[in-house]
Design a protein around this ligand. Structure first.
Ligand code: DGY
Length: 322
């Protein structure tokens, strides 16, 4: 009997996922959910045939270059894989996979929460109630932006973008989108296609960002882009902080050009996010919890394991990205 492959699991995973790992592999688990340093990851890689990391591990070209030769695969517990230098992995013959599809519903829920929370001033209102600062009611009190019937602009109409657009239609929103290629009529579901971000922006009363972070999308939502939005637009980001130029967004939130923003992802997260966000009232901020439901976290783990199962059975994994 051949021995089971060893998997280096970098974070604490749901019980059911760890149980399957323990059944099918020699799993190096992380029961205390310690955030390993790059040096620790490199050292531990000597004992493993594959890694199962999250976006909290930054697998730069330097780290990948120093991983043990034993490592055959990096099976991410995430759909985004901007934390992995895929070119470096490819150069070393390391297979990289992600977990698409399974987190679209959960992320779309958070996009709706951010949209409503930002547009209807939820953080500000909640703070007022908690701090006993709520002393009065008047027609002028806490007036926000209504989203019903407005235009919902999507950058990146992939799986998450499509589900989010569907949810926005529940608020009678008119969906516009930019995507590298136009969707077929079924997936488009009546949405208006724009072949450039510049064409989309003036049509986005709410702009929801769903494109991955790549060198091409870094800082895509910058001062020039924000200027093209309708006055008083709302910006929602559940993708990656890198797509947004923080200085530009903060300036627009201060001037009122952007009425409000709902953000789940940040440049420099978790500890080095732009301090300007913390002082603003018109932002609704969450700590990167788009996929944080029990159902989705299980599904992400199982999807990562499906990819590992295929790799160690000599088959092509379903979600190979490098
Ligand atoms: C993802 O899957 O990319 C989420 O952002 C969590 O990492």
């Amino acid at each position: 009997m051949t021995s089971k492959p060893t998997i280096l699991v970098t974070r604490k995973l749901p019980d059911a996922v760890e149980a399957r790992l323990a059944r099918d592999y020699n799993a190096i688990l992380n029961p205390h959910d310690k955030l390993y340093t790059p040096e620790e990851l490199i050292e531990m890689s000597a004992k493993a045939d594959a890694m199962l990391p999250c976006h909290s591990e930054h697998l730069t070209a330097d780290v990948i270059g120093k991983l043990s030769d034993r490592i055959k695969a990096i099976a991410n517990f995430s759909v985004g894989y901007d934390h992995v230098d895929v070119a470096a992995a490819k150069a070393r013959g390391i297979i990289v996979t992600n977990t698409p599809d399974v987190l679209s519903d959960a992320t779309a829920e958070i996009a709706m929460l951010l949209m409503l929370g930002a547009a209807r001033r939820a953080s500000e209102g909640e703070r007022l109630v908690r701090s006993q600062g709520w002393k009065d009611w008047s027609p002028a009190f806490m007036v926000g932006t209504q989203v019903t019937g407005k235009r919902f602009g999507v950058i990146g109409m992939g799986r998450v973008g499509q589900v989010t657009a569907k949810r926005a239609r529940g608020f009678d929103m008119d969906v516009h989108y930019y995507n590298r290629s136009r969707l077929d009529a079924t997936r488009e579901a009546g949405a208006t296609y724009h072949d450039s971000v510049d064409s989309l922006l003036p049509n986005a009363d709410v702009l929801s960002i769903h494109c991955p972070a790549t060198p091409e999308t870094k800082g895509l939502v910058n001062a020039a882009a924000i200027e093209k939005l309708p006055d008083g637009a709302v910006i929602v980001n559940t993708s990656r902080g890198a797509v947004v130029d923080d200085d530009a967004l903060i300036a627009a939130l201060k001037s009122g050009k952007v009425a409000a923003a709902g953000l789940d992802v940040f440049n420099g997260e978790p500890v080095d996010i732009h301090p300007g966000y913390r002082d603003l009232q018109n932002v609704f901020l969450l700590p990167h919890i788009g996929s944080a439901t029990r159902e989705t976290r299980n599904a992400m783990g199982f999807r990562a394991l499906d990819n590992l199962d295929a790799i160690f059975a000599g088959r092509e994994p379903g979600d190979r990205v490098a």
